[in-house]
Write a protein that binds this ligand. Sequence first.
Ligand code: BES
Ligand code: ZN
Ligand code: ZN
Length: 519
Amino acid sequence: MVKIVAMSLNILSSDQSPSNLETGILILPITDKKEVFSGLSLAAKKKTRKRINQLKFSGEQGEVEFLPEGSKEAMILALVGVGNLSKELDYREVFVLKERVRRAVGRVVQEARKLGIKEMVMDLKKVGDEMGRKSEKLLNELVEAVVDGVVLANYNYDEHSERIRTELKKKALRRFVFLVNKEYLSKTRWVIKERKQLLEGVRLTRDLVNRPAEDVRPKTLADEARGIAQADKNISCSVYDREKARKEGFGAFLSVARGSDEEPYVIHLKYRPKRGQKKKVFIVGKGITFDSGGLSIKPSEGMESMKTDMAGAATVLGLFKVLTASGCQIEVDGVIAACENMPGSKAYRPGDVVKARNGKTIEVLNTDAEGRITLADALSYSVDQEPDAIIDLATLTGACIVGLGETYAGLWANSDSLKESILEAASRQGEGLVAMPMPDEYKAMIDSRVADVRNIAVTKMGRAITAALFLKEFVGDTSWAHLDIAGPAYLDKDLLSYYSPGATGYGVRTIIDFLVNYN
Ligand code: BES
Ligand code: ZN
Ligand code: ZN
């Protein structure tokens, strides 16, 4: 594997006036009263206001316009609409504004990268100045959203080609400066630092998901987990090989692993903060390092995207990398049953009946519905440790993408309060997540004539739902939620301005937010 030190992006804050900085792009917040919400000189403001009118820029939240003629402050001015900032926003309105700002900043970064502009300044001097004390919180929220937009949009995956590395290096943003008033400098710096730390977890997840399956084997995930534990005194890690996993009862998981020559591993990470220890949450990630479908082999077209079938596991690893930095006070365990789904001569077959860890038997009717079989054991293992809640993340079904498209994950849960808390966390972080039903009447669709449950439903209807119902068979009474992240873990197209096509690191921000607020 090629290890490259990423060109670092410096995010700073300063209380200088924009005219002292002469930067590449100066981002100016514009309100819906078309007010230039900035510390720009009066003359420059006047000129900008004229252009705002010419362009019919309305200043509504998230609107973006470039003034390529620039000013004496910058080569290019970027207008970003922030709507009405004089009215007090309730917390939901703040989350919506933040996501619009992420997207707007993502667009500005895209433009900068297109033009090879390496430096950018955003003037937030008026936020928290003219708006009075109350707006300090809003300023912090905005800074956080802007850091997200900048860092996520500046991400590159360039491990395999010198040409691509050179091209991307030419484009990458190197410096981003927030202009704020002196009294906010230290707080702004703190917000930047905290957020950048968290986004390191997202970066790790994206790298792991983007990497080819040849470079991310079950052993790679185990090594990554061990490395994370070694670097953090709050974290320990145990890894079970095939033999140990068999003794621990992971029969269903091992039957999926049989078709590949890659050694399977069960990975268990434990985060134990010094204080707290009030609650314990298990996060389980689907860790299929490549999903060929097994004997129920997938069509060759699109099969390459199945290198991403360990995105749930990658989210667990990204999360553990930043738990300590996030100040999480509760116990968190991460469980990954990592293997490859291949059609080798020892592969499990359609028609086989396999036994999961909790004693339930599974009739395998399609070896491509393998994720749920591996998760059955991982979930039952988690249940036995008596956590307060279990959350699994899995690229589980194509049906979920068909239903929700690519920017939303589906959420299923057997506990309304857990479901609500996760939805809240996702909305705070601007990750698309929608609650899905888990109706009892669909359970009959996964009843088997020869085993306790079948691994695919009798009907093609609602297959993301019947997959969730299958998982439910393995969690008993424990509070549990399931996120089907098949859509948002990896975006083929330019759907969100702050993600280039490829891995997104979906879930790291939401789950951290959930854990930090869970008590
Ligand atoms: N890993 C796939 C689901 C998937 C599809 C993830 C597309 C990301 C993008 C999963 O193991 C699978 O193959 N599911 C099948 C289930 C079917 C056989 C019942 C599916 O969704 O088609
Ligand atoms: Zn599959
Ligand atoms: Zn799969």
